[in-house]
Design a protein around this ligand. Structure first.
Ligand code: ADP
Ligand code: MG
Length: 694
């Protein structure tokens, strides 16, 4: 029998039941090769099953038993189907297990008395019974297909509407027999594995064999990803750019006026960025640095270099509060040097330090010495829309880039002429993820913070401690310090947000009287927000009650206490961001995380914050606690979900794949032109190389 090409479409094969074609298509499976690359999401050891549990567990059990009794009951509006399953393996009668399905009447048609059944789920205790609720299950039929489904390590494939794991297993098994496996390309240079690798990953004969095949295919998967992102990177470089070398003169003057020394890390990334701007290719760089590490000055220096070279530079920030703060900050530094700055936000179309007489700021309206320099532009999303005009926009800086979508970022970039792009983020992410999500960018990292910052002590407390906390807060306020009180969005609805903000605000106003308390939340008008922020910045307001609008960027060094209510509702990295608002002065700072009776997961999360103040460590902990599953493959990321690899577990493999991909692309740049044969055949369809700058 001659074997079929992996490219053979499924609709030409008579062993694929017609009704399943649609279901397969929904899973992205249209060819024989697609079936073979539809990897199992887990495996069940159907040779050596678990013992029937007699207590609850967070680990899922895989059991084999016989259905002894079924019942269908109503409980008010709820309909429950129950099946009592007994253990018959090894002839031992363990305690029976009760399986329950709520409001899923069709299950009743699938399970009958005396069925032999495989179950997969977490045991719970309900009353005196051991129960599994909504376990995954499969009825084991007699002889037919037994060698595929039973007495072996059995794959469970991602299934979908209209197709169950059992049916998929049979189709994959058949595909492996029919297809010419040796013609499925393996990309990794010098790959020596034979076609068995595909069989081993679906139907392994041992867990060792499985692990060997899996790690080998993870390498393939990651290598495919790296070929794509590295080729995007190469395409941007290859497209050519503008030399924006400047003279360094403006920055030298600015630096003289700074009341502190730059940190070595700041100098280092400034040099990297400066070299990128001066080089004849386009900069496409990500600047990562923990909150408070001093990224703004790095941006300022880059913007001045662009201006000196005759190009306009724009900085986009995600909130009005932050854009305004940058604007004031830049003006303080640049006004004495006669370098113009323009602010563009939605509320007030334009504000500027003004050039001599120019009616349309944003043009070459500043004079520095005898030369004219283009104004620096700072703004919010308003920069994306009509009415915000640029003249020779050559450098785009995006602050707190994770707060913007891919589309918003590229929209601003598209307004520039042959732009250099710098995106900044205070949400550090582990290296493997950077290499993937931002694999087409160069990365600069600022490690550590400027010296002289006070320590931040973080403590988790029950809300019952509020009186003590309030007394402490009052004492600090009497000493002239300031505080933030942050609470989570209980409800996304605008009205509720405003209402609960008010309630919180009134509560704290009473608690802290006669000290002045301010309020900011997303539903205030820009003027109201600005006036509260100004009051806080200038020290008139002692405590600011706020939602997460203050999460990014806000810099008030005298604020040294932060109380976060219902802290468990926030994500780990988000609390770390919030906490970055304090500890900015020399004073010792306190971050108090309030949470009523936290469960174990919440406790673990909050403890991670007590134990570390390093953003990278926190980000790793966050990943571990949440699992990496949702990092790629979200709508935002532009990546398909990983099929086999695990960014945490297989991190080193990603690094290796990146190195090899780069070497190969350097040796043969044509290899990964968009639409190239190899990518078309191998790399996930949704990951084909597309544009240049992302
Ligand atoms: P982030 O990286 O979070 O954006 P910022 O740029 O807002 O941090 O900087 C935080 C604060 O640190 C600002 O008040 C800034 O003026 C100050 N700062 C920046 N660089 C230094 C330095 N080298 N030494 C001391 N303070 C610095
Ligand atoms: Mg910042």
């Amino acid at each position: 029998m001659s074997r079929l090409s992996p490219e053979t479409p499924l609709d030409g094969l008579d062993w694929i039941p017609r009704p399943k074609l649609t279901a397969l298509k929904r899973l992205g499976i249209t060819t024989l090769g697609d079936l073979i690359r539809h990897f199992p999401r887990r495996y069940e050891d159907r040779i050596k099953f678990d013992h029937f549990p007699d207590m609850a567990s967070e680990r899922a059990f895989c059991l084999f038993g016989v259905v002894r009794k079924t019942a269908y009951r109503r409980f008010g509006p709820r309909r429950i189907f129950e099946a009592r399953v007994e253990d018959e393996s090894a002839g031992v009668l363990g305690s029976p297990l009760l399986c329950r399905w709520f409001n899923m009447p069709w299950i009743q048609k699938m399970i009958s008395n005396d069925d032999r059944i495989v179950l997969f789920g977490k045991p719970r205790i309900r009353g005196s019974q051991v129960v599994m609720e909504h376990p995954e299950f499969e009825i084991i039929e007699d002889e037919a297909g037994r060698s595929i489904h039973f007495d072996r390590i059995t794959p469970v494939h991602p299934a979908g509407d209209g197709i169950a794991p059992r049916a998929l297993r049979e189709l994959v098994h058949r595909a492996l027999e029919e297809a010419d496996l040796s013609s499925i390309p393996l990309l990794w240079p010098g790959a020596s594995e034979g076609p068995e690798i595909w069989k081993d990953v679906h139907f392994p004969r041992s867990f060792e064999e499985l692990e060997a095949a899996r790690s080998r295919l993870v390498r393939e998967e990651f290598f495919g990803i790296q070929l794509v992102v590295c080729s995007r990177h190469a395409a941007v470089r290859g497209a050519g750019g503008v030399v924006r070398a400047g003279t360094g003169e403006l920055w030298r003057e600015v630096e003289k006026t700074l009341p502190f020394q730059l940190t070595p890390a700041q100098r280092e990334v400034m040099a990297e960025i400066s070299a990128d701007l001066a080089a004849p290719f386009r900069m496409n760089r990500l600047l990562q640095g923990d909150v408070g590490s001093g990224k703004t000055l790095v941006a300022l220096r880059a913007m001045l270099q662009a201006a000196e070279s005759g190009w306009q530079a724009a900085l986009m920030a995600p909130t009005q509060i932050l854009a305004e703060q940058h604007y004031l900050n830049f003006r303080r530094i640049l006004d004495p040097l006669g370098i113009p700055v323009v602010l563009r936000t939605a509320s007030r179309k334009e504000e500027s330090s003004g050039g001599p007489t120019d009616a349309s700021p944003g043009l070459f309206d500043g004079t520095h010495g005898s030369r004219r320099v283009p104004s620096l532009v700072i703004g919010t999303h308003a920069l994306l829309f009509e009415g915000a005009e640029f003249e020779k926009l050559g450098l785009v800086v995006i602050d707190e880039q994770h707060k913007f979508g891919v589309i918003q970022r590229s929209r601003l970039i598209a307004r520039a002429d042959v732009p250099d792009v710098l995106v900044m983020t205070a949400t550090p992410i582990p290296r493997t993820i950077t290499q993937t999500l931002y694999g087409d960018l160069d990365v600069s990292v600022i490690r550590g913070k400027p010296p002289g910052r006070g320590q931040v002590v973080t403590a988790v407390r029950e809300p019952s401690k509020l009186p003590d906390i309030t007394a402490f807060l009052r004492k600090k306020i009497d000493e002239g310090r300031q505080a933030y009180v942050v609470y989570p969005l209980v409800d996304e609805s605008e009205k509720l947000e405003a209402k609960s903000a008010r309630v919180e605000f009134e509560k704290w106003r009473e608690l802290l009287a006669p000290a002045e308390v301010g309020l900011v939340h997303g539903r205030l008008s820009p003027e109201e927000k600005e006036s509260a922020m100004r009051g806080f910045r200038e020290g008139r307001i002692a405590a600011l009650v706020a939602t997460t609008v203050i999460e990014v960027g806000v810099d008030v060094p005298n604020a040294c206490i932060m109380i976060i209510e219902n802290a468990g509702r926030f994500g780990l990295s988000q609390i770390h961001q919030l906490r970055g608002r304090i500890g900015r002065g020399a004073e010792k700072s306190y971050c108090i995380l309030l949470h009523e009776a936290p469960d174990d997961a919440t406790k673990a999360k909050l403890a991670a914050l007590e134990n570390s103040s390093d953003g990278f460590e926190i980000a790793e902990a966050d990943l571990r606690l949440r699992g990496p599953g949702d990092i790629l493959g979200t709508a935002q990321s532009g990546f398909p979900p990983l099929r086999l690899g695990d960014l945490l577990r297989d991190g080193d493999v990603m690094t290796e794949a990146r190195t090899v991909a780069r070497e190969i692309l350097e040796a043969d740049p044509d290899l990964v032109q968009p639409g190239h044969e190899i990518l078309r055949r191998f790399v996930d369809k949704s990951l084909q190389p597309t544009s240049t700058v992302s």
